[in-house]
Design a protein around this ligand. Structure first.
Ligand code: SAH
Length: 390
């Protein structure tokens, strides 16, 4: 097997368990390396560190799959790993829906698998992982006997790996509108054409966190997607609910979901640009008891961090102004590069500008089926905050 020698000074990241190795961290390569090959990573003096897949076309030359010298990377390896990921979720109480595999946090770099009831959606985001797709599908079949498996590899990040974007069935075709249950509510998930894998499982605990503050409230939710937070608000006793999303198809699905739960009348959804509308309505002096903001990631690259900061500041400032004194702002950020401290700082600055005092109610992160590995900042991405706006 080809051996890849690290430079003498091994980065602390790799020492501490991070699975990525960049090309400039490598001293020499002993043997051929083609895209997707399994290689051994060793120290400058030849001591085994780990085994993983390589891609000379990618900035991330190697992603480690194991640090055990006698563990071989075979179909059975993937079966064992996916089984372990499922056992972990079951231990935490997940039954019907969960992110079954969260990439690096499940020691399967660049692999995402979401479980929606009896259906599975998967993404293989690197060449090395993509080559194991059939082993992964077989593992899902062995463990779950699923009703369907769908591939949502229609994501630009694959191009950094020299892969094309694809989507389609990895099982016999099935109806791609899948019914799931969450917190006693029903939602239709469009696994074929929905955003990302079709549904944002990472917010499932956070949706429950709004239950007391929305009772008898007039609620405004921006970036609603398929209406999940808003339908929860109706379920928890809101007086009125208005949800906004720029995508007409998301609004259509939100209406369908509201009707499915008997809230077709209480929940109203509009296809608008939330930035424009929040600005206009705050100028007009509209007031709500609860304003919820769940925008998409504003940047994936460091160059655009300042733009993202400005975006968060803007919507949170507008959002706060729309909250009646004593009401609540529910605000989130899923931008990886905006670390928690920075997010809270942005909210603080927005509050100063809006001349409002904030009282913190809840501050938490993604649900535990998206585990955070300490020392791997990119696994800790979701910030979820509820404040009372005084
Ligand atoms: N709250 C949702 C997830 C929201 S994802 C849930 O829990 O399921 C972010 C949403 O913001 C997407 O649906 C996207 O269509 C929408 N969006 C992006 N830019 C927008 C804009 N300028 N105005 C309104 N919605 C926007």
């Amino acid at each position: 097997m080809t051996q890849v020698y690290l430079k003498k000074k091994v980065s602390r990241r790799i020492e501490n368990g991070h699975p990525w190795v960049f090309a400039n961290e490598v001293e020499k390569i002993d043997g051929p390396v083609a895209g997707g090959d399994i290689i051994d990573l060793v120290t400058h003096d030849g001591k085994f560190i780990g085994r993983g897949y390589a891609n000379p076309k990618s900035q991330i030359l190697i992603r480690l799959l194991t640090r055990k010298k006698n563990e071989q990377i075979t179909d059975d390896f993937f079966l064992q790993k996916i089984n372990a990921a499922w056992k972990y979720r079951q231990k935490l109480g997940y039954t019907e829906n969960c992110r079954l595999v969260f990439g690096e946090a499940d020691f399967l770099p660049a692999l995402i698998i979401d479980k929606f009831n009896d259906y599975f959606v998967l993404q293989t985001l690197s060449l090395g992982m993509d080559l194991w797709k059939s082993a992964i599908v077989n593992a899902l079949e062995t463990i779950f006997q699923p009703k369907g498996i769908y591939e949502r590899n229609d994501v630009p990040v694959r191009e950094l790996e020299g892969l094309t974007q694809v989507k389609g069935f990895l099982s016999a075709p099935f109806d791609t509108q899948v019914l799931i249950h969450e917190n006693g509510l029903k939602f239709m998930v469009d696994v074929e054409n929905g955003q990302k894998t079709g549904y944002f499982l990472d917010q499932q605990d956070n949706r429950r966190a709004i239950r007391h503050i929305v009772k008898d409230a007039d609620v405004l939710g921006a970036f609603t997607y398929t209406g999940t937070f808003e339908i929860h608000a109706a379920h928890y006793g809101a007086k009125s609910v208005l949800g906004l999303d720029i995508s007409a198809s998301a609004v259509e699905q939100a209406n369908r979901n509201a009707a499915l739960n008997g809230f077709g009348d209480k929940c109203v959804f509009q296809a608008v640009n939330a930035f424009d509308v929040l600005k206009q309505w705050s100028k007009e002096g509209r007031q709500y008891d609860v304003v919820m903001l769940d925008p998409p990631a504003f940047t994936k690259s460091r160059e655009n961090i300042m733009k993202a900061v400005t975006g968060y500041k803007e919507i949170n400032l507008r959002g706060m102004k729309l909250v009646r004194p004593g009401g609540f702002l529910v605000t989130t950020s899923c931008t990886n590069l905006i670390q928690p401290e920075l997010f809270l700082e942005i909210i603080e600055i927005a509050a100063k500008d809006a001349k409002r005092i904030l009282r913190q109610v809840v501050y938490q992160t993604q649900a535990s089926d998206h585990p955070i590995i300490w020392g791997q900042e990119n696994t800790h991405y979701l910030k979820f905050l509820i404040v009372q706006v005084l």
